[in-house]
Design a binder for this molecule. Structure first.
Ligand SMILES: [Fe+2]
Length: 152
């Protein structure tokens, strides 16, 4: 891959991480369960770290990182309607679930490119975070933890 092609892949991941931060901000306001809220806060920090490391990488390759905040109307759009429709912890988690599926697929696809080892390592490390995010959100939606808390 040429540097320009690598930069394009990294920019698109970086934009996705930025979109995720916007979606996480909205979702966090709707998650009442404290355990879930603090976990989701940590995931948001992961996305922020991804933006920082990807931006540094893009610069080191001679590119310009995407500027400005993310766009909630991007990949996380269908999630936003879930937040509005269902509300509460469930709506917020459903809202993030779809965006996390897109993010996971995008990181997975990026790793299929012929990336230099240092770039591969950073993208792969981010992908490991993304897998954890999606697994946690899937498991939490399935167990409906917030209902157990109410009943206890
Ligand atoms: Fe994520």
């Amino acid at each position: 891959m040429t540097n320009i092609e690598i930069i394009d892949v990294l920019k698109s991941l970086c934009n996705l991480d930025k979109d995720a931060i916007q979606a996480y901000d909205i979702s966090l306001k709707n998650i009442a369960n404290q355990d879930i809220n603090s976990r989701i806060q940590k995931f948001k920090e992961d996305h922020q770290r991804h933006v920082d490391t990807l931006s540094d990488l893009i610069k080191s390759l001679g590119g310009t990182p995407p500027s400005g905040a993310g766009d909630i109307r991007g990949m996380f759009m269908s999630g936003l309607s879930a937040i509005q429709g269902l509300g509460g912890d469930e709506g917020a988690l459903k809202g993030l679930q779809n965006g996390e599926k897109v993010t996971n697929k995008s990181y997975k696809d990026a790793l299929t490119h012929d990336l230099p080892q240092d770039v591969f390592n950073i993208v792969n490390k981010n992908y490991e975070d993304e897998k954890i995010h999606l697994e946690y959100i899937n498991a939490t939606l399935e167990s409906r933890v917030w209902e157990n808390r109410k009943a206890a």
